[in-house]
Design a protein around this ligand. Structure first.
Ligand SMILES: [Zn+2]
Length: 445
């Protein structure tokens, strides 16, 4: 099994003894990636034509792209002949059918992201690569082999990942939706003898009141998709009596995994992360906020992302005592949206994650540039849409409203919401922007 052999490779062989060895490795990977992209992607053939890489100052001469460019050039940028319109139609269709697993053409995992510009981003990852990635976090987490077999419960939020067929005697991976009622989640943990739980921090918080029902304590909780605050990490580890670590990944790549000391290290052998200040000069010191985070995914050749600007920003930390020379992350800025809470017809409370809600909005219409959702104490919602075509606002409001009614009633929620269209301007400091704002008191209801 490839994944398992990766696991042992990663923990045993691939040690980088200094920053220099890492950089040398990255340069050789960049050369190979860029050579491949120039040969197989008309977009990169054009934009990188006479540029070659011998060191990092050469890398900084390559053009930076962002989501808008990537989406405009989608057909010419990918190296596997996929067409944006077709792939997008399938991605949206899967979304509408809540078909979050499975592969496109039996070969690719599709990822749909909303991101700060409000437009949809479409990411493709080869199936073979996706299936290997869970082993990266396992290998780097420092989880002892005495914990084998790993029986992982993966709480899947929305869309993507598709690692649905890992089931070996040593590692098994089960999936549940994050919308599953908490008692059912606990029952599954007990029944399947789960020892590793992978879930967003917000879901772990929901499990706190029922944590005592878990019969055999978990060995580890791995959080993803949202920022894990330090205090929260301590609290979760006290409540669940296990280690709590974090991984940092997105459709654009596997950015970082936690080490045996629980610190988050950039996966420098999988991705090149450049942190730049306002003048686009490198930020190398810890504890200093950068203005741009540019990534190059070294392993995904289906849709090469070379110098791709992310919406997230990270702050570096001091070197880690674990001995790894991969840079450490002190803080991830961004992704700080609140969870929405609704009253169901039977009086109980249903939580809805902002990324699910945002998918309902962005897949309702092509005509949304940006949006914001505000929930007040009585659970009612105010939704602001900033349309691309101002003439079609009534149609847009109708589409979004219809979609939300359908989705919410699917959860037995009768919610009052008001939708209006107006221009939205993003603050200069994007990391502070919240697309979902929930008045604090609501959580106590
Ligand atoms: Zn470390």
């Amino acid at each position: 099994m490839t994944g398992l052999s990766d696991f042992f490779q990663l923990i045993i062989h691939r040690r980088f003894s200094s920053r220099k060895t890492i950089e040398r490795y990255q340069i050789s990977q960049l050369q190979s990636l860029i050579g491949f992209a120039k040969q197989n992607s008309p977009f990169y053939q054009e934009t990188l034509s006479d540029l070659s890489i011998n060191d990092f100052s050469d890398l900084r001469k390559l053009p930076i792209i962002n989501k808008t460019v990537m989406m405009e050039q989608f057909d010419r940028l990918n190296t596997v002949g996929l067409k944006k319109d077709e792939v997008m139609a399938v991605a949206v269709e899967k979304e509408l059918n809540k078909d979050y697993l499975g592969y496109y053409k039996d070969e690719f995992v599709l990822g749909l992201s909303s991101g700060t510009s409000g437009n949809k981003g479409l990411y493709i990852t080869p199936k073979s690569l996706t299936q290997r990635l869970p082993f990266v976090f396992l290998a780097r987490s420092g989880i002892p082999l005495t914990c084998l077999p790993f029986r992982i419960l993966f709480m899947l939020r929305v869309f993507s990942q598709g690692f649905n067929d890992i089931n070996s005697p040593l590692i098994s991976l089960k999936y549940l939706s994050t919308m599953t009622p908490v008692d059912h989640i606990i029952a599954q943990i007990n029944q399947q003898k789960i020892n590793i739980l992978m879930a967003p921090p917000s879901l772990c918080r929901l499990l706190i009141p029922v944590a005592h029902k878990i019969k055999k304590p978990l060995k580890m909780i791995v959080t993803y998709a949202e920022v894990l605050e330090k205090e929260e990490k301590i609290r979760l580890s006290e409540v669940f009596l296990c280690r709590v670590i974090e991984i940092y990944q997105g459709s654009e790549g596997q950015f970082a995994s936690a080490c045996s000391h629980g610190n988050l290290h950039i996966n420098e052998d999988l991705i090149v992360v450049e942190l730049l200040d306002e003048q686009y000069l490198p930020v190398t010191r810890p504890h200093v906020a950068s203005s741009h985070m540019i990534v190059t995914n070294l392993v995904n050749r289906a849709q090469p992302l070379i110098r791709y600007e992310m919406n997230d920003l990270i702050v570096l930390d001091d070197p880690c005592p674990c001995g790894s020379h991969f840079r450490t992350i002190e803080k991830i800025l961004g992704r700080n949206d609140d969870i929405l809470y609704f009253k169901k017809k039977d009086g109980s409370i249903q939580h809805i994650f902002p990324d699910l809600f945002s998918r309902w909005i962005i897949t309702s219409s092509e005509n949304i540039r940006e949006y914001k959702v505000i929930q007040s104490q009585d659970h009612s919602l105010k939704i602001i849409l900033d349309p691309i075509l101002k003439r079609e606002t009534n149609e847009l409001i109708r589409q979004v409203s219809e979609r939300l009614h359908t989705e919410l009633s699917g959860y037995d929620i009768e919610s009052a919401f008001e939708i209006r269209c107006e221009p939205i301007s993003l603050p200069i400091n994007r990391s502070k922007y919240k697309r979902f704002e929930v008045e604090k008191e609501i959580r106590k209801v």
